[in-house]
Design a protein around this ligand. Structure first.
Ligand code: LLP
Length: 436
């Protein structure tokens, strides 16, 4: 890896152009137009393999990796997941439908959401979704009712809140007792929902799920969570005689957005987590459950890049500089929502020193429409230059909007030196497609 870049799929060439997955970003911008999402398919597959080989090494077949497809959901991603033997986590009929369209084997899907409507439940059953991850008792009864109607038995995991503060940013911290997700161990609700699940004839309780947060950088949160969950499983075995077959520990593996952030060692986090689980299963005298992890960001984030063209450059002497690009919060809402950090590069001027700082802003009628503040850019930056925002593979396209009636960018997939459109650019016609 060139020292100044945050991921090995980023380089630059002799023309002073940024390259992604070995391809010239400036030429891709010319070919497809901007704004443009790029995705490095080889990197996505490599990440799937890293996770899969880590679990295979320490758990053999008694484990699975489920890609949390909320991170980026479109048809091609489910085809890739299928061919990499991944499970998927889906959270809506939209995600289930998209996966189903590609022939993804939905018996390997886990259906999340804290509020599944009766229609959602019915649609998921129509599509033979393997596991429902049940958030609360009301949902359990709704699933029981629908399964009874169909004379089937639905496999479920119960979402448990282990009471862990993952110290990540508040909007993505989900493990605390006061979380909107799941049933807490501390309040006795986790045990109660277990009893309820066991008493429902058309529900097969397969085990437990938890997810404590996102952007976690070391094993600590995973090992503490696992310890709590295994003790809970043991306690349930003692008190109710039920022994979980599956323990899904959620996702949250951190990703490097900035050069100074550490690289997360997936394998070592998984190894230390599984180590704790195995040890505790032995001492608590319970069988080792099938372990599932659900990474989203860590599968796709650094496989992504967004490419923009510079429009207005506004210099306000002694105050601030603004570089406006042809995208913004419509394709990347993460700074506006979380003050999320990103690395941006001027893709056609990689050989020029970045001796000026500017706020890179979008073109929405909204002051908060900022991609990133204080970005080093070349003094010569001007209309027509190409700006790349790195590490945008997760939660960018999937959170994109049509605010200001701006069409969403296409997704171009890069693979082994080739490039192809996976999602077309939205058109003005699409913008009005549903209007009467
Ligand atoms: N499993 C469950 C149940 C989840 O709720 C999530 C993320 C994941 C897995 C995947 O987490 P990951 O590995 O991607 O960290 N929009 C926010 C992130 C929200 C995450 C929601 N749940 C963002 O842009 O940072």
């Amino acid at each position: 890896m060139e020292e100044r870049f945050i991921c090995e799929n980023i380089t630059s060439n002799n023309e002073g152009h940024l390259c992604f997955a070995g391809q010239d970003v400036v030429k891709l911008a010319e070919k497809y137009g901007t704004p443009l999402y790029l995705l490095d398919e080889d990197r996505i597959r490599e990440r799937c393999r890293t996770f899969n080989s880590a679990i295979l090494d320490c758990l053999g077949e008694n484990a699975a990796i489920a890609y949390a497809s909320k991170a980026s959901s479109f048809k091609e991603i489910y085809r890739i997941m299928k061919s990499e033997n991944m499970y998927v986590d889906v959270v809506s009929c939209g995600e289930i439908y998209t996966a189903a369209q590609t022939g993804f084997p939905l018996e390997n899907a886990l259906f999340h959401s804290n509020n599944k409507t009766d229609d959602d439940i019915s649609f998921a059953m129509d599509n033979n979704v393997g596991y429902f991850v049940v958030d609360n008792e009301e949902e359990l009864f709704a699933i029981q009712k629908e399964a009874l109607n169909r004379k089937t038995v639905q496999k479920v995991l119960l979402r448990i809140t282990p009471g862990i503060d993952s110290h990540t940013f508040a909007a993505v911290s989900t493990g605390k007792v006061n979380s909107k997700f799941g049933s807490a161990i501390e309040t006795g609700q986790a045990k109660r929902i277990t009893e309820t699940a066991l008493s429902q004839k058309n529900i097969k309780l397969s085990g437990y799920h938890c997810h404590v947060g996102s952007q976690l950088f070391d094993a600590d949160v995973f090992t503490r969570t696992s310890a709590i969950m295994i003790k809970f499983i043991a306690e349930i075995k003692k008190s109710l005689g039920y022994e979980a077959e599956i323990l899904d520990l959620g996702g949250g593996f951190g990703v490097k957005y900035l050069f100074e952030q550490p690289t997360v060692d997936i394998k070592s986090i998984i190894l230390s987590t599984v180590d704790v689980i195995k040890r505790l299963c032995k001492s608590e005298n319970i069988r080792l459950p099938k372990i599932i992890f659900e990474p989203g960001r860590a599968i796709v984030a650094d496989a992504g890049m967004t490419v923009y063209t510079v429009g207005t450059v506004k210099r306000i002497p002694n105050f601030i500089n603004f570089v406006s690009v042809d995208g913004g919060m419509t394709d990347n809402v993460r700074y506006a929502m979380y003050k999320a950090e990103y690395t941006l590069l001027t893709a056609n001027k990689m050989n020029e020193p970045c001796n000026m700082k500017a706020n890179i802003v979008g073109r929405c009628c909204e002051s908060g429409d900022i991609i990133q503040k204080n970005v080093p850019v070349p003094e010569s930056i001007q209309r027509g230059d190409i700006i790349a925002c790195l590490t945008t593979g997760a939660y960018n396209y999937s959170m994109a909007s049509n605010y200001n009636r701006i069409p969403r960018p296409p997704i171009v997939m890069l693979k082994g030196g080739d490039n192809r459109i996976s999602v077309k650019r939205e058109t003005l016609f699409d913008i009005c497609a549903l209007d009467i």
